[in-house]
Design a protein around this ligand. Sequence first.
Ligand code: FMN
Length: 357
Amino acid sequence: MKDSVGLRKAEHIRICLERDVEFKKKTTWFEYVELIHNPLPELDFDEIKLEARFLDRLFNYPIIIEGMTGGTHEAYKINKNLAEAAAQLNIPMGIGSQKAAIHNPSLKESYRIVRDISPNIFVIGNIGGVELVKEGVEVAEKAVEMIEANALAIHLNSLQELIQPGGDTSFKGIMNAIERTVERLSVPVIVKEVGCGIPKEVARNLESIGVKAIDVAGAGGTNWTLIEKIRAEELGELEKKALGELYLEWGIPTAASIIEVSSTVKIDVIGSGGIRTGLDIAKSIALGADMAGIAKPLLKPAVENTNAVLEYLKKIILELRTAMYLTGCRNVDQLKHLEKVLTGPLIEWCRQRGIEL
Ligand SMILES: Cc1cc2nc3c(=O)[nH]c(=O)nc-3n(C[C@H](O)[C@H](O)[C@H](O)COP(=O)(O)O)c2cc1C
């Protein structure tokens, strides 16, 4: 079977919808974070304020729709439904890698639809770090221009590329490419993983070259090693399949990555990778994240319609508000400074990594 970008994107959507592609053994480690119950909250449920500041703009909720797709017919509908929900709720949204449309402009519409929905929606463009190394900073400029992006996310996916049939494994020169992109673009640059997390040393380096936000995308949620392993199996690439099997549980659990990054840098932090409830969002923020990002749980509702996306997000928002009520937090800032108890491997992780809590 031929491996073109468009076909690969369609396969990613199909596999994410049809198969269980979450981490199996490793979790996000949110179960090792306890928020302390406050039986005397002294506030009304409805007065809790959920507004959050991210990249100098105020949003209604500390929630980001993570970048997922573009470049196929189905992606057009998915991005449209997600954009309508993001515009209604006033939350930022990402799109999938724009590589396909940079090489084939006829695919632009499936990304561009997001901007066409609303001139005010905060849209985060997306390009692979490996693409920047190969093609130069111009691809970042084209990606921003294509959708009049408010920010650009550069994704780091070394393990995914390794397992992906036809994947690109030339990451040499990536810091330099990111630095030149930061210098060249007029919009802020976000660096993200796709499910293996980001450690504090990398976060510090990225902050030092002017990156404005880090999206941890840690382990415990959608597992890209598993998705590419399934594809490798389907394509008969048995060596890649075997390599994928060995590294299925690789990555920094999301809770650990949020602590690593937020305890080290002053720039904005997005907690993502396995955010499945409003309680996960509350824990992410209590650990130091400014926003929390959700990807795969939004895929199925987005295939259906805008209302399904809104319903899902409203459920998550209710869960978040509940966590804030039960901990006596009037607003997101109070949640960020909330006392919490870490247990089990998470506390051991912090101790060995020299992170003071
Ligand atoms: C169908 C799908 C496609 C994705 N495509 C991209 C992509 O093109 N670029 C990117 O940076 N991340 C991509 N991601 C990764 C997500 O942005 C996110 O980092 C990851 O899925 C972890 O979040 P989750 O556990 O909530 O799904 C994709 C995720 C999904 C589910």
